[in-house]
Each structure stands twice: as structure tokens, then as C-alpha cells.
Design a protein around this ligand. Structure first.
Ligand code: 13P
Length: 340
């Protein structure tokens, strides 16, 4: 493990005014996204769409890193430059999703365990050769009647820590992502309780596995009401509860916390991040690692049509810029009405 290389990469990922683009949708997930614009998910369609995002003029002013899927890491721009090389030249760190998905946890109905540890050491060595300098592993914790169980939280925390240790051995910065889902009708308080228990278990496991905290990034959910909760908390309440929860569980040695958007609208995800940064006095960088909240508007503007590429790129960069402003708490909802 080269600690200084890990620290340098982690610092670049959480650079001020920028954040991470999650473009690591698996083949199944990107198909679902393309279905929303009635586009068939062929390998070339997936490549063109990722090229649209990665070559958007000015994207590197607001994007510090991009999470890729295995297929994408092996693809190239139209002029034959591998995506990882193209991004690196722009000063954007390429990363790779390495988990193989959340599968039903035997004996625990309704709960999942994320797989992908077998052969991971060898895959990480190859990914490093291909240019990846960070990785992502997502654990999924669902809230429902009698779930999550303590066991599912601990099993997922253990897998996250084993993954993180293998990454650091390979000089790849692990993004540790325990996602408490916002599906369901639970309150913000219930989300707080489950997020707290999850982060506590995750950091205990990371400690046991001797993770170098300065060389990792945490990617959590925000503490937020369930989508179907009848009395959803206000943006300011989400910001305050999230910061309080993170302060209780995330050591100051962790350089940055990069939120997932998890089904929030693009504007909501930007506003929440901005309000949190406005609270200030935080020991870590608070940034974004959004998938849907960065891409949704651009995907719609593109609609799978070549003639819309330039406009979709503008729409994407605009959203990235608004999130860049949220990094310093200087985003205002009124900026939403500005043209791309
Ligand atoms: P969302 O921002 O769409 O939740 O995706 C982020 C991500 O990488 C989930 O693993």
C-alpha cells in the first residue's frame, strides 16, 4: 500500500468546487435509463452516451472524477482514445464500480448482501493497469417492517471493509458506499436511526480491517424522509440531520464525504448539498457523487439523437456547475430558472 498515492488520489477526488459523476450504471440499469427515452441499449448507444458526458465542454471545471462500469472502462472516444486516458488528460480521475450487485441475503427475507469479493484482487490489478485510480462498492440497506436486521448491516459492513482493504493494497482509493434507501414511507427520524447504526458498523469494520482512513472516501445517503412519507422533512431539516449524523460517526481523518442522490430530484440534491456546506465548520469535504441527479436532465435533452448532443452537454455541465456552487454553499434555488 502506497499511502501517499492513496491520499493524493483521494484529495483530487474531493477538490474544492467539484464533485464526482457516477456513470457506472450496469448494463441492466442503463437499459432502464434508456427505456425512459425509448432508446435501445446497444453497446454503441451506451458508448455514445458516455462520450457525450465525458467530452462535454467545461465538464472538468466541476467534475473531479468519474465512476465507470467495466464495459465503459474498456471503451474509447470516437477518435480512438480510451475513456480513462481521455479523462486523465482532462485532470478527471477515472474510477470503477467493482461490486457485482446486491443479491438476496439467504435466511433474511427482504434484505441483500453485495457480492463481488471473489477474484477482486486480480480484477483490481487489471483495473489499475487500465487507468482506474479509485473504485466503488455499494451496499444496500432497505428500511421496512422489521428490517434492516443487525445481521444484514454487519454482513454488508464486513464486505465493504474487505473490499476497501483490497483496494488500498492495489493503490486504488475505495469509495465506501453504504446506501440506506429512501424508498418507502419512513420518517427522517427512522432514516437517521438506520443510517447511524449503519455508519457505526461500517467504521467499526473499516477499523478492524486496518483501513487507511486518509485514503478512502465515504459515499452515504443523506438523512432524509422516505419518498412516500406523508410528512416529508424540509431541506434545512435534511441538511441539519445529515450533518449531525455524519459528525457522530465519520472520523475527521476521512478526507471527504461524497453523497449519492438516491432518487432525489436534481434540484433537491443540489439544494441539500448547498445547505449542508452552508452550515460550515466541517472536518471533511462534503461533496457529490451523483448518478441520476447529474444525468437525468441531460439524458432527457439528448433523447438518443445526434442533433441534441451539444444541447445535452450544456444541460449536463449546467447541473455540474450548480453542484459545484453547492460545494461552497453558494447555490440558490432561484438559479434553477437560468438557461443552460
Ligand atoms: P444515484 O446518485 O443515482 O443514487 O447514484 C449514485 C450511485 O453511484 C449509486 O451507487
Amino acid at each position: 500500500m502506497n499511502r501517499s498515492e492513496l491520499e493524493t488520489t483521494a484529495q483530487a477526488m474531493v477538490a474544492k468546487g467539484k464533485g464526482i459523476l457516477a456513470a457506472d450504471e450496469s448494463t441492466g440499469t442503463i437499459k432502464k435509463r434508456f427505456d425512459t427515452i425509448q432508446l435501445e441499449s446497444t453497446e454503441e448507444a451506451r458508448r455514445s452516451y458516455r462520450e457525450l458526458l465525458f467530452t462535454a465542454p467545461g465538464m472538468n471545471e466541476y467534475i473531479s472524477g468519474v465512476i465507470l462500469f467495466d464495459e465503459t472502462l474498456r471503451q474509447k472516444t470516437q477518435d480512438g482514445t480510451p475513456f480513462a486516458e481521455h479523462l486523465t488528460k482532462l485532470g478527471v480521475v477515472p474510477g470503477i464500480k467493482v461490486d457485482t450487485g446486491a443479491k438476496p441475503l439467504a435466511g433474511f427475507p427482504g434484505e441483500t448482501i453485495t457480492e463481488g469479493l471473489d477474484g477482486l484482487r486480480e480484477r483490481l490489478a487489471e483495473y489499475y493497469q487500465l487507468g482506474a485510480r479509485f473504485a466503488k462498492w455499494r451496499a444496500v440497506i432497505d428500511i421496512g417492517q422489521d428490517i434492516p436486521s443487525r445481521f444484514a448491516i454487519e454482513a454488508n459492513a464486513h464486505a465493504l471493509a474487505r473490499y476497501a482493504a483490497l483496494c488500498q493494497e492495489a493503490n486504488i482509493v475505495p469509495i465506501v458506499e453504504p446506501e440506506v434507501l429512501m424508498d418507502g414511507d419512513h420518517t427522517l427520524e427512522r432514516c437517521d436511526e438506520v443510517t447511524s447504526a449503519t455508519l457505526q458498523a461500517v467504521f467499526a469494520a473499516l477499523h478492524s480491517h486496518r483501513i487507511h482512513l486518509e485514503g478512502m472516501i465515504l459515499k452515504p445517503n443523506m438523512v432524509i424522509s422516505g419518498k412516500k412519507c406523508p410528512n416529508r422533512a424540509t431541506p434545512q431539516e435534511v441538511a441539519e440531520a445529515t450533518v449531525r449524523c455524519l459528525k457522530r460517526h465519520v472520523p475527521a481523518a476521512v478526507p471527504g464525504i461524497a453523497f449519492l442522490s438516491g432518487g432525489q430530484s436534481s434540484a433537491e440534491a443540489t439544494e441539500h448539498l448547498s445547505l449542508m456546506n452552508r452550515i460550515g465548520g466541517l472536518p471533511w469535504e462534503l461533496t457529490f457523487s451523483y448518478g441520476r441527479a447529474l444525468q437525468e436532465e441531460a439524458l432527457k435533452a439528448w433523447g438518443g439523437k445526434q442533433e441534441n448532443v451539444a444541447n445535452a452537454q450544456k444541460v449536463f455541465v449546467r447541473r455540474a456547475r450548480l453542484n459545484g456552487l453547492a460545494r461552497s454553499g453558494s447555490y440558490e434555488p432561484k438559479l434553477e430558472s437560468e438557461a443552460a
